[in-house]
Each structure stands twice: as structure tokens, then as C-alpha cells.
Design a protein around this ligand. Sequence first.
Ligand code: ATP
Ligand code: MG
Length: 513
Amino acid sequence: MDLKPSEVATVLKAEIEGFSGRMQKSSVGTVLMVGDGVARVHGLDDCMMSEMLDFGNGVNGLALNLEEDNVGAVLLGSDAKVKEGDTVRTTGRIISVPTGLQMCGRVVDALGRAVDGKGDIKVGPNDMRPIEGRSPTVPERQPVKEPLQTGIKAVDSMIPIGRGQRELIIGDRQTGKTALIIDTFINQKLTGGGDPNNPNQVICIYVAVGQKQSTVKAVVDKLEQNGAMPYCIVVSAPASAEASMQFLACYAGASMGERLRDEGRHVVIAYDDLYKQALAYRQVMLLLRRPPGREAFPGDVFNLHSRLLERAAKLSKEKGGGSMTALPVVETQEGDVSAYIPTNVISITDGQIFLESSLFNAGQRPAVNAGISVSRVGGSAQIPAMKKISGGLRIQLAQFRELAAFAQFGSDLDKATQSAITRGQRMTELLKQPEFEPVPVEEQIVALYAGASGAIDDVPLNRIYEFEKQYVAFLRSSHADVLASLRDEKKWTDALQKKCDELCKQFKAQFLA
Ligand code: ATP
Ligand code: MG
């Protein structure tokens, strides 16, 4: 047989070209020990931090501890199929999850797999995104400047949240933390009619960490009943899931949000809650024998939360101007905000909404403590009309609380004190709000103005809620122009004020008659 040198060269070239595509770098090791959802692996010399490991049988792991002679890994899934002596391969990638608008309306686990029984989610070749990544740098950001309307009067008026901000929701058990998030999500329907394909629609992501499955189901049901599910993604890592899934779920949710943020969309993501995430992380790290620090948390528990929350951002114009707003939740014990995890998260976020059991039990719901709740960047994110109306509200309420406490001791009050108390009581009453009834910002403004101007001082306290509802309905049906001008021009003018004074007077006469 004749061998032509030119032919040999072409064959070799073709082989080499074909080969480069198939080339995959992996190193191979063996399992030394496995149990409690963690494994130690020997022989993975060039393993990277946070690299995905292949344990065979469809089981994956995540390298978390790189030690001199072995690698500590946490298993993503049951450890029942892994045994000592098994072969482990590195994969050269870090964990990725599917992202994109097709995730909307779905409930997924920490790896982005559907768990709502509605079938698999279609994933395109460019839809996978690593769960950890670089957060935007300073030049890639711009200051927070647009409001994220929660539809909750007490929040939008006194603790306004801007798009791209990180606002902590903190409080004891059963103080309405989750309810606040659900109402905020429902209110986002106003931004784009509830259609995820509308570029103005704010997409909402709810990450449930360490909660009961039934609680997560209840949240999904509430979103569905209120027509919010089509533009929501729920990432669920319930208490029954592996600890690794519980702490990874937050990053998975953040990646799904980031993808949309980078495409110029607006996203709000809630992590419910970060205390449980820290507990799951602590559990894994203690099993991997990382040295425990304060309260037995590993030393990098601050970084666990800071690198997550840094991903919330308002991007610059050049980067498309998208935003991701983070609403982390932290549960406190007995209202103790000075514990380790709460202080960490308070210092990372741009403010906090403090929910108090005593207010909640006294019927002040949402139980926002306006005295110690703040939003450090939100002021520039209020529409001008709301800014004008709510400017003195916080101080007014603080004065009222002081006077009310003082007035308990005596009955002889001078007229000024009496009227300040009357006004304060009406304003407190106006700030109460039932669940699932978010109020559009223009309606909040007219209602709060009616209270602040003193127009409803003579309406009995127990009829304030009724008055507010009917007054707003009256404006909606007979004077829609007032609400429309507030909604579109966002300004509070003298003419508008005069009109509101007149209309309120007119309606009150009719209401009290
Ligand atoms: P957990 O610590 O268990 O997660 P949580 O702080 O998230 O609790 P929620 O579950 O939101 O609290 O609310 C606790 C209860 O209070 C629920 O039954 C809810 O229906 C009720 N609730 C919350 N907000 C309001 C409100 N504004 N008006 C009336 N009821 C409310
Ligand atoms: Mg809750």
C-alpha cells in the first residue's frame, strides 16, 4: 500500500481538529469517607473551589474544603448511592441553573428542576448560568432612583424602597414578614399587567429556605389566587431538603434574577430567610470540620450573605439599566436585633423594615415599627407627590406615640395635645392594611393626605378604614382625573391640593350623614 505524505497530513489534521472539541480536562479521585451528606475525596489534585464533582450514578457534589491531602465535598442529593472507594471526577465547571423568562410561573428546586408537577422546563443552550458570579463593579452601577412600589402604605410612605436596593425585613416569628413580600409581589402586577413578556413587568422571585413544604405551598397558592404567579419564580429548598440545597437555593435564585437584570429587566427577589440559610451552611461546615467561630458559625458566614446581597444592583445606562432589588428576611428571637446573624445582615443591607410582635398582637398590621425602620437610599426613589405628603409623617407619628404614652396618666389635656393625639390616632389607623390588598401609590397619597390635613379628625376612629375605602372608590368612580394626574405627572400641586380638600369635604358630609 502506498502512503502519500500529503494524505497522512490531512488525516492527522482532521483528527486533531476533531479532537480538540472533545478534549475534557478531569482529574480522578476516590471517596475516602461518606456520610451525613458530605464526602472526603482523595486524589483530586487540581480541584477548584466550588467546583462541581461527579460521583457517578447521577450524583453530584460541590467541593468546599480544599485540604492538603483531600477534598471535602457536600453531596447535592442523597448520599445513599455513594460508597467508600467510589471514583470521583472533577468537571471543570461550577454549578449552573437554568434561567430565563420560561422559569416564570414555576416552582423549582435549588438546581432549577421543576418541582410543581407541571412538566420539565425547556432550557436553551444559552440558558444555563453559574450560580455564583462576579457582582457588578462600581462603574457598572448607578444610584437607586426609581421606586419599587410595595403597595403597603406604611412602607411606601415612610420606608420607601428603590429598584436595586437591599432592604432587610426583620422580625420575630409570625409577625407578617412573608405577608409583606407576598403583597409586594402582588402589587407588581401594576407595572406590566402581569405579563412577564411585557418589558415593564417587574419579575418576582421568592426563595424559600428551610421552610415547611406546606408553608411554601400556601405562598404559591396565595400568589396564584391573586394572579401574581405568571410573573413569579419560586425557588424552594424546604426543611426536608439536604442542607447543601438549602444554602445554595439563594444563589440559584440570584442567578435567575441576574440573567433578567442583565437583559435590562427589573427584578425583585426575596430570600425567606437568611437565618435558616446560615444554619444550613453551619451544619455542612461543621460536618466538614471547618473550625467553628462565634455561635459555632464558620468564619465566612458574613461573606455567605454579603456576596449574595452584593448581586442586587441598579445597572448603569451602558449596561442596560436593569435592576435587581433584594428583600432578605431574617427571623429574630424575642426581638433581639443585636444577635450575630441579624447584625451581619443589617450591616450589609441599605435599611431594614422592623416588624414587632407587640404591634402585631395589638392589631397594628402590618406591624412596622416606624421608629427604628429605615431606608438609607430610598428617599430619592419616591415619587415627588408621595415625598411631599409623607415628609413629616414619621416625626408626626413619633410625637404622637410620646404624647399618647404620656396622656395615659392624666385626663386633663390641653387642646393642642388633644388634637395631636386625635390626628395621630387617625394616621395610625390609616396605616393599617389587611393582607392581599396592596394600594396603588396615587390612592395612598390621597388617603394619607386626607389624614394628615386633619380633614378626617371628626370621623370616628372605628370608621376610618371604611372611610378610606369608600373615599378612594368615590374618587375612582367620579373623579378619576385626580388619580390619573397623580399617577402620570407624579406631582403634588396647589391646585390638586385644593381639589382634594374640596372632594374630601364633600365626600365626608355624605359619609357621615
Ligand atoms: P414565620 O416566622 O412563621 O415565617 P411570618 O413572620 O412570615 O411568619 P406571616 O406568615 O407572613 O408571618 O404572617 C403571620 C400571620 O399573620 C398569618 O396568618 C397572616 O395571615 C397574618 N397576617 C400577616 N399580615 C397581616 C395583615 N397585614 N393583616 C392581617 N393579618 C396578617
Ligand atoms: Mg414567613
